[in-house]
Design a protein around this ligand. Structure first.
Ligand code: ADP
Ligand code: MG
Length: 692
């Protein structure tokens, strides 16, 4: 076993075990709600929950985005001697003399404290952390890390009265607007007291063979490293666990799948010819090769398990419908399952039209709408209502699962249960092909690598609030030319009002202001399905100029005449979400635009700035996926709601290929029942339906 760095030994239990007061190994401590930690009340707990931190164990597996490099310690007098403009980081230690706070531009709150050491004093500032004032009472000893500028010392991280380990490789956690990174750090430090309660599910033989540290050592190294190498060693161990569980889960699924038999479909015939003729364009080379690949699958009795991957707007739906019609042609049924009602409705709107032309019956099945005789239709489009009890399809041969990552693995297999249809999974989450093969096991991958050639890349611009009227001027210019537009409403606090209300208010305001004289519709999740369909249909028919919407338009909406989009408070959306939203424009041959509006730059978090910069710089979903990974510093791919892959917090699937291979090898050599609980949790617990 590789030796851990010196000092780690101190973490090992003393001879005879930990003293009884500390308690024995108590994994249930990890299940306890965060409120059981000191200083966590209901409000903080609620905010933590939004970050997915509900239990003590969640804090321990909250991965730092990065670590601070140690900064040189300086005397305050030395600081003021620093050359102007040099924003070198430094560490100072001193005592609070007094504090004051004021409002800056916009929502900016500035807290200033006079800090003194033996050499002199300086004013230190914190942004947007007004609550700190109570804690910084005169006389408090502080260690501050930050940079000097002409206003004084701008604090990035700090310790009060000697708590924590801010200065040296301090972990920087993903935080939210409501919880500072420093607060998260404090809580994780408290949670570390329970690190010994973490069960270590990894077989000892694997640890020995691969030289991996114990789980609790790895967690400790992750949160309180004394060097970056130590932190990395901890991360690798945790990443290995995740990848191993994923590989074990895939092995189990593959074994189950091998038993299944599907009907081989005959060659494409007359219906497919008519479908091709009915399309107003010719298929691209990429679409054709995806079709050829799935044709080959459909000719076999092994059920197809193919992943169709392509960026937003690349033309996956056309290929999906092809697959469904292949089933219909053979006298059987095709079903398309989408993760949300809105998306199912969008697909239905698109598909129904062509189906009608071809004389193919088409039905919609969602929780709130079901066409009569839906179960008998040739093509059935729906949500998970399709696979729920009480609904039986007549004779399913091909199933298409859209945005498959939004379904739990279990739901995906439920669709196939007992009927073994051919399954095509569609996703707009780009991951490299080689990697897809490894992480999806035996799922074959077809990729639509390029959108239709007629497409011009969307031009993206980022402006701050004070220039939002210029953005609307541009939007009106598009409308004047007969184009259509989207305005995406800001995300709002749950407590304030509902997103639906906010969208409606926004639409009203725009009708009376920036968009006076134009026809403005408002789309949100609260609309009744029928109203929502009607609204979409009239936007498609150009009876509306602008659609003001919540993120319900994130996926599936397809109106090529819409050429400009404004996203308000864009800094509050995730990179993946913004990329998906942006994909609603640029779907025709016209040049399209996406205008991102954010708060003043100095008010933005580091990662918000990085996200918006990345979005302006690139329209390539693959590149953005990689960038998203870097910014989040975690293993999550585009979209927070994925299952399986998104459960990778520590593994960076683009960089940990070696580790992934090691995990795959280990999985092959281990008995099937290894880490059963973890595998069950991954397969069963991964039910993340997208919010609508
Ligand atoms: P995706 O589902 O990958 O986001 P869609 O299938 O919805 O993309 O296609 C986006 C738009 O491009 C649609 O308006 C569609 O009709 C159009 N489209 C698809 N294939 C082609 C093609 N080969 N040539 C021109 N336009 C196409
Ligand atoms: Mg689509």
């Amino acid at each position: 076993m590789r030796r851990l760095p010196p000092g780690f030994a101190a973490l090992d239990p003393p001879e005879g075990g930990w003293p009884p007061t500390r308690g024995r190994f108590r994994p249930e401590r990890l299940e306890a709600p965060v409120e059981t930690l000191p200083g966590v009340g209901p409000t903080l707990a609620k905010r933590l929950a939004k970050l997915g931190l509900e239990r003590v164990g969640d804090l321990l597996s909250h991965r730092p985005r990065r670590y601070e490099e140690p900064a040189p310690q300086r005397r305050i007098a030395e600081l003021s001697l620093a050359p102007p403009g040099g924003d070198e980081e430094a560490l100072i230690e001193g005592e609070i003399l007094k504090t004051s706070s004021r409002h800056g531009r916009g929502r900016l709150r500035i807290l200033t404290a006079q800090v003194a050491d033996a050499s002199g004093q300086i004013s230190a500032t914190w942004f947007n952390q007004p609550w700190l004032q109570e804690k910084l009472v005169p006389g408090t000893r502080v260690r501050l890390r930050g940079t000097t500028n002409r206003y004084g010392f701008q604090v990035r991280s700090f310790d009060l009265n000697g708590g924590g380990a801010t200065a040296d490789y301090a972990p920087v956690y993903p935080a939210s607007e409501e919880i500072s990174a420093a607060k998260v750090r404090e809580l994780v430090t408290n949670a570390l007291a329970h690190v010994r309660d973490y069960p270590d599910p990894l077989p000892v033989s694997v640890k020995l063979e691969r030289g991996l540290p114990s789980k609790s050592d790895a967690l400790f190294a992750l949160h309180a490293p004394r060097s970056l190498a130590e932190a990395e060693e901890g991360r690798r161990r945790l990443a290995f666990d995740e990848l191993l569980v994923l590989q074990l889960a895939l092995a189990r699924q593959n074994a189950e799948r091998e038993q299944a038999v599907a009907a081989a479909l005959p060659e494409p015939g007359e219906l497919i010819d008519r479908y091709r003729a009915a399309l107003p364009f010719t298929l691209t080379e990429h679409q054709e090769s995806a079709i050829a690949e799935l044709d080959a699958d459909l000719a076999r009795t092994t059920p197809m398990q193919r992943l169709l991957q392509g960026d937003v707007g690349s033309g996956k739906t056309v290929v999906a419908l092809y697959a469904l019609l292949r089933a219909v042609e053979a006298g059987r049924q095709g079903a398309l399952m989408a993760p949300t009602e809105t998306l199912a409705e969008q697909h239905f709107l698109t598909i129904e039209g062509i189906c009608a032309q071809l004389g193919v019956s088409c039905a919609l099945v969602t929780g709130s709408a079901r066409s009569p005789d839906a179960a008998l239709a040739d093509v059935v489009v729906g949500t998970h209502a399709l696979i729920q009890q009480g609904f039986e399809l007549r004779d399913l041969a091909v199933a298409v699962v859209d945005e498959q990552h939004r379904f739990g693995v279990e739901q995906r297999s439920a669709l196939a249960e007992g009927r073994s249809p051919h399954v095509l999974h569609m996703t707009a989450t780009p991951i490299p092909r080689t990697l897809a093969l490894t992480v999806y096991g035996d799922l074959a991958v077809s990729e639509i690598a390029k959108p239709p050639a007629s497409r011009k890349p969307i031009v993206t611009a980022w402006v701050t609030d004070e220039r939002s009227s210029e953005a609307y001027t541009r939007l009106r210019a598009h409308l004047a030319e007969g184009r259509q537009a989207y305005v995406v409403c800001p995300l709002i606090e749950e407590s304030a009002t509902s997103p639906a209300r906010a969208a409606e208010q926004e639409a009203d305001q725009l009708r009376g202001g920036e968009l006076k004289g134009f026809r403005v519709g408002c789309m949100h999740g609260r609309l009744k399905p029928a109203a929502r369909r009607e609204l979409m249909a009239s936007f498609k028919a150009r009876e509306l100029d602008v659609l003001v919407a919540t993120t319900v338009i994130e996926v599936g909406v397809d109106v090529p005449n819409a050429t400009i989009m404004i996203v308000q408070e864009a800094d509050r959306f995730g990179l993946a979400q913004l990329h998906q939203l942006r994909g609603r424009v640029g779907r025709g041959a016209e040049q399209s635009y996406c205008l991102l509006i954010s708060r003043a730059k100095e008010e933005l978090t580091e990662s918000a700035t990085e996200r918006l910069t990345a979005l302006v710089a690139s329209t390539d979903g693959f590149e953005l996926a990689e960038r998203d990974l870097e910014i989040r510093g975690g293993g999550q791919l585009l979209g927070a709601r994925q299952s399986g892959l998104s459960d990778l917090r520590f593994a960076r699937i683009t960089k940990d290929l070696g580790l992934l291979e090691a995990a795959r090898d280990a999985a092959r050599s281990l008995p099937v029942e290894t880490m059963t609980a973890e595998v069950d949790a991954l397969l069963g617990g991964a039910e993340h339906l997208g919010a609508s």
